[in-house]
Design a protein around this ligand. Sequence first.
Ligand SMILES: Nc1ncnc2c1ncn2[C@@H]1O[C@H](COP(=O)(O)OP(=O)(O)OP(=O)(O)O)[C@@H](O)[C@H]1O
Length: 334
Amino acid sequence: MSPTPPATSTATTSAPGPGPGADSVIDVTGLHRRYGPAGPEGFDAVRGVSFSVGRGEIFALLGTNGAGKTSTVELLEGLAAPTAGRIRVLGHDPHRERAKVRPRIGVMLQAGGFPSDLTVAETARLWAGLTGGPRPVDEALALVGLLGRRTVRIKQLSGGERRRLDLALAVLGRPEVLFLDEPTTGLDPEGRRDTWELVKELHAEGTTVVLTTHYLEEAESLADRLAIMHRGRIAASGTPAEVIAAHPARISFDLPEGWFPGDLPPLAPLGVTDHSVDGRHVLLRTHRLQETLTGLLDWAREEALALGRLDARSASLEEAFLSIAGELNGHEAR
Ligand SMILES: Nc1ncnc2c1ncn2[C@@H]1O[C@H](COP(=O)(O)OP(=O)(O)OP(=O)(O)O)[C@@H](O)[C@H]1O
């Protein structure tokens, strides 16, 4: 029997929760955020989003530019009140009960603003004074590889070093829930890997992490579950494997000289859901990669054909993302 691809919630506004019995630390229902006045002059950046994040999970919010990721995360952090909907973080309303929530969360904003004349260590000490139960400042700086830069002034730091300092400050209070808004934007590949390692260590210690990112490999590497936002809604969600599996794998090859696409065997019985041809180049899409590939190769062997440039690959998160964004843009354009 062919396995049915797991259903991800395409074109919905809600992401399934962490599963029955899971202890959720974030619950969001019917969230809306509007900038500006009611009516045509205002803008609905978040349009009815629902999801839950379980204790100890890493949850990634992905999306096109302007999809509403930061607008959503800011509401979770309690920086603003939603226009409509309900949010619970650690059992509390993060905006109205900010004093209860703030000491238990760590926040790394997209652009942290610090007095530029303070040194790295002075900034961290200042922040430590505002944060309950902090780690030693030097421990937090060491975690992000900034201990050797502790006497350097903020204005002399590189963009990547500032991102690392933002992260050090976010983890100073040993938060139960850590919000990371594009944590590796501006970091070099080594800095990105280091940040991933740190997030994995914090995860192993039981920290719940909500992150936004434009790097699909970051979400694939770190996230237990993810949601892809598009124009204020959740367009697809699930584990990375579930989101990928909902999109077809692809097989491409060149037919040999003298052979034409019309000579191919019937494709539907091989599990092909869609195909396109360009001259003698053939692209097949299938949710049953092994079955389709086996059928194709059996046919090629029987016909004694050598298929040129044969390439078979499962969908990637990038393909899933591009296809969701493309489908929705096409849909909205009609
Ligand atoms: N203060 C504001 N006033 C009006 N519109 C805003 C405001 N902040 C954000 N927006 C708009 O809301 C939409 C969502 O923005 P948001 O920053 O949440 O998206 P995002 O998914 O985080 O995008 P990016 O990936 O580009 O950072 C955008 O169209 C943006 O222009």
